[in-house]
Design a protein around this ligand. Sequence first.
Ligand code: GMT
Length: 390
Amino acid sequence: MSNQPKKEFLKIGIVLYPTFGGSGVVATELGKELASKGHEIHFITYSKPVRLSELRENIFFHEVSVSDYPLFDHTPYEQVLTSKLVDVVKYEKLDLLHVHYAIPHASAAYMAQQILASQNIHIPFITTLHGTDITLVGKDPSFEPVITFSINKSNAVTCVSESLKNDTYKHFNIDNEIKVIPNFICATHYNLPNNELYKMRYAPNGEFIITHISNFRKVKRVKDVVKVFRKIREKVPCRLLFVGDGPDRINIERACRNSCERQDVLFLGHLESTREVLNISDLFILPSETESFGLSALEAMASGVPVITTNSGGLPEVVDDGINGFLAEVGDTKTMAKKALKLLKNSDLLEQFKQNARKKALEFDIHKVLPMYEQLYLETCCILEQVNKK
Ligand code: GMT
């Protein structure tokens, strides 16, 4: 028996992290868009994805419940996920699994595939690499053999930038082809009307609004955001909005509270939707050590916000230095502030950069990127069907 499709619309299982991280956002938005085109989407993860506010037509959510058993110090999530995949593929007659983030989703999908094959059910799985699964966590020797194996066993592999593709080939012994399918935004979603009232709430005296959105992990170098902001604030009136939460927030928030600029720095925490804040922002600062792509930078650009970021990882594939933002060396907060001031002190230039940012974001519009995934899905299902016929 085979679940292989003979039809235009596919039944796709999407495995993801349901949190605010970029990989979960991309996976959820991809699933929502595929569902609106008629595909049947089954999200499989341990809690409802944050960007999945309501269950629309063609969208299903399967919760992987991780219950504690006294014997385990650590609940074996990968096994529970594997069993759930087997169950959903069989019961829902899925055509394809698409797993986002290699650890542990790719190895769970491989295991599920093998279990199903032993029952004469053949299903391909596609792995999408997102960044830290390769550049940070994946390189750790405690994960490396499993990552290498499961990437090589995937029926297709994608990653979100050329930079991440090169990093993957460099750090792992990969003999599978890796296809670059960039992250995306829905451009119309970010086309909001001006909202002066909302802007007044954060910048009552017409200050510039500078924004940073992240998970406040070490790799984001959030301290650099504050350093850049201080330098800018010496020259022009501005306010800094922090969106998101994570391990480094507490110390940075404390430091800001004890400094003279405290009234100009606001911590908004996690927001389900960031476009309203981006819509009132003048600049976005993302001084990361590395980013495989930098989805938050793209979301800022889609809102017409120029980005000050680093010349690292996939960021130069998103931000064009001197056109829709500026790139500086990691840690070079002086240059970042200088470039930011160049924009904030010249309203014509700022306006030009804002327009350029929106224009650049259109290159990553969902309507351009979705067909790449659909094409890959069909090819992958077809290839597996041919292999099984032999
Ligand atoms: O940035 C994070 O720490 C979260 C992480 C994730 O896996 O959710 O983001 C990674 O994937 C995003 C979506 O593809 C990319 O836009 C981010 O650049 C990437 N983060 C890093 O490479 C540090």
